[in-house]
Ligand binder design. Structure first.
Ligand code: PLP
Length: 432
C-alpha cells in the first residue's frame, strides 16, 4: 500500500484510517472523496516539527488551500496552528466563514481584482502577496482610502527551473506569476513598496512549482532569494524580515515515486539559509512555507462504482466508473499518474490491465491508462489513491454531473461527512 493509513481487513476490503471503503461506498454512495484526517493532521505536525528543529520555531506553516478548500479544512488548520494561503475572494470567504484568524491568512493571486484586494484590506489579512507593479499601486490606493497600512510580501521569480510538468512550473522568467529579478523589476517593486505610505514591506516570496522531488531546486531558490535580500539591503538600506519559499513538495502517486522526506527538504534549505546568513552578515529572516499537496494529497482516496467494461481485443480494456474528469481532471490536464484497486478485492493481486474511463462525453476523460487492478466486474468498488489535492477543488459540473460528497475518516472514530453531495437541484439553482 502507498501509505500507512491504508490497509486490508478480514473481509479482504480496503481500509482507510481503519474505515472499510466498501462500507463507506454503501453508506454515502459513489463517487465519494474519502480523506484521512489522521494523515492531514500528521503532515501539519511534521512541517511544524521541522520549523522548530531547523529554524528555532521562527517560521510559519501556511496550508495552500487551493489544494483542498472547504470549511472543515480551515477549522483543522486553525486547530493545528497553521496559517493558510488563499488565492481568491472565494477561498478567503470560506476561511472567514469559520472565523479563521485573519492575521494568519496570506492572500495570493496574479490578477487580484479591486474587490478582492478591498476584501483583503477590509478583513486585515496578515499578508498580501503582491504579484506585480500595478497591483502595488492599486493596493496602496485601496489601503489609503481605508486609512490602513497593509503588510505585503513581493512575489519574486527566482529563475529556477523546477523539473516538473510545464503547467505546474512557476519560478522561471517566462511565467505569469511574480516580478522578475533579471530585468530589475523585483528591485523596482521593493523601492516602490518602500515609498508607498500605506504599504508595509515585510517579505519576499517565491514558489517554483509543484510535485518537485529533489531538494536542489528548493536550495537554489533559497540561495537566490537570500542573495536578493542582501542586494535590497545594499541598495536601499532596508532589511527584509521574512522569506516565504512557497510549496511544491512532491508526494507518492504510485509505487515508482520516491520523494525525499519533508524533514530532508527543510534541513537542506535551512543549511543554505544559515550559510547565506553568515556569508552576508544578515540575520535569519522568519521563514514561511506553503505546502498544499503534501498535506492533503496522500490523504485522499476516491471511491467509484464500476459500470461498463469493454474489452477491445489486442488494444485495451476500458473499465468505466461513475465519475471521471468531473471529479478528477488531473489525468486529462497533465497525464498525472495514479494507482487504483478494487476495494472489495483488495487482498487479491493486481494483475488485470485496465484503462480506467470516466463517464463524461470526452474521449480524454480517463483516470489512468494501462494500469494494473484486480479483475473487475460491474458493481465493484474502485479506489483511486492520492486524490486529496487538486481533485475536489478542480472538480466541475461538466455534463451536469453533481460533485461528490467528501467524508473524513479517523482511526478509532466514526466517519463524518464534511461536504455534502451536490443534488440536481443544486445544479439548476442559479439558472433563470
Ligand atoms: C504560491 C503557491 N504556494 C503554494 C502552492 C502549493 O503547492 P503544492 O500544492 O505543490 O505544495 C502553490 C501551488 O500552486 C502556489 O502557487
Amino acid at each position: 500500500m502507498l501509505y500507512d493509513f491504508l490497509g486490508v481487513n478480514e473481509k479482504g476490503n480496503l481500509t482507510i484510517s481503519g474505515s472499510d471503503a466498501v462500507h463507506l461506498a454503501k453508506k454515502y454512495g459513489t463517487p465519494l472523496y474519502v480523506m484521512s484526517e489522521d494523515y492531514i493532521r500528521g503532515a501539519c505536525r511534521e512541517f511544524h516539527k521541522s520549523i522548530d528543529k531547523y529554524y528555532g520555531g521562527n517560521g510559519m506553516v501556511l496550508f495552500a488551500s487551493k489544494a483542498f478548500s472547504c470549511k472543515e479544512i480551515y477549522r483543522i488548520m486553525m486547530q493545528e496552528n497553521c496559517g493558510v494561503d488563499v488565492v481568491s475572494g472565494g477561498e478567503l470567504y470560506t476561511a472567514l466563514s469559520v472565523g479563521f484568524p485573519t492575521e494568519n491568512i496570506v492572500f495570493h493571486g496574479n490578477n487580484k481584482s479591486q474587490d478582492e484586494l478591498k476584501m483583503a484590506v477590509d478583513n486585515n489579512v496578515g499578508r498580501v502577496i503582491v504579484d506585480g507593479l500595478s497591483e502595488l499601486d492599486m493596493l496602496d490606493a485601496i489601503a489609503e482610502k481605508a486609512n490602513k497600512t497593509v503588510s505585503v510580501m513581493l512575489r519574486i521569480k527566482p529563475g529556477i527551473d523546477a523539473h516538473t510538468h510545464e503547467f505546474i512550473k512557476t519560478g522561471q522568467i517566462d511565467s505569469k506569476f511574480g516580478l522578475a529579478l533579471e530585468t530589475g523589476e523585483a528591485l523596482e517593486g521593493v523601492k516602490k513598496a518602500l515609498e508607498y505610505k500605506n504599504i508595509n514591506l515585510k517579505g519576499i516570496h517565491c514558489h517554483i512549482g509543484s510535485q518537485i522531488f529533489g531538494t536542489e531546486p528548493f536550495e537554489s531558490a533559497a540561495d537566490v532569494m537570500y542573495t536578493f535580500l542582501a542586494k535590497v539591503k545594499e541598495e536601499t538600506g532596508f532589511c527584509i524580515e521574512e522569506i516565504n519559499l512557497g510549496g511544491g513538495f512532491g508526494i507518492r502517486y504510485t509505487e515508482l515515486d520516491s520523494p525525499v522526506s519533508y524533514d530532508m527538504y527543510m534541513s537542506k534549505v535551512a543549511e543554505v539559509m544559515q550559510r547565506k546568513s553568515k556569508e552576508l552578515g544578515i540575520p535569519m529572516p522568519k521563514i514561511y512555507i506553503e505546502p498544499g499537496r503534501a498535506i492533503v494529497g496522500p490523504a485522499g482516496v476516491t471511491l467509484y462504482t464500476v459500470g461498463a467494461i469493454k474489452a477491445i481485443p489486442n488494444i485495451r480494456t476500458y473499465v468505466s466508473i461513475d465519475g471521471g474528469m468531473s471529479d478528477n481532471p488531473r489525468y486529462a490536464l497533465y497525464q498525472s499518474d495514479y494507482e487504483a484497486c478494487i476495494a472489495n478485492k483488495a487482498a487479491k493481486p493486481r494483475k488485470f490491465l485496465a484503462t480506467i474511463a470516466g463517464k463524461c462525453c470526452e474521449s480524454g476523460d480517463l483516470i489512468q491508462e494501462d494500469t494494473f487492478i484486480q479483475k473487475p466486474k460491474s458493481g465493484d468498488i474502485m479506489a483511486v489513491f492520492s486524490t486529496g489535492a487538486y481533485n475536489y477543488t478542480m472538480a466541475s459540473n461538466y455534463n451536469r454531473i453533481p460533485r461528490p460528497a467528501t467524508v473524513f475518516v479517523k482511526e478509532g472514530e466514526k466517519s463524518r461527512i464534511v461536504i455534502r453531495r451536490e443534488t440536481y437541484e443544486d445544479l439548476v439553482r442559479n439558472d433563470i
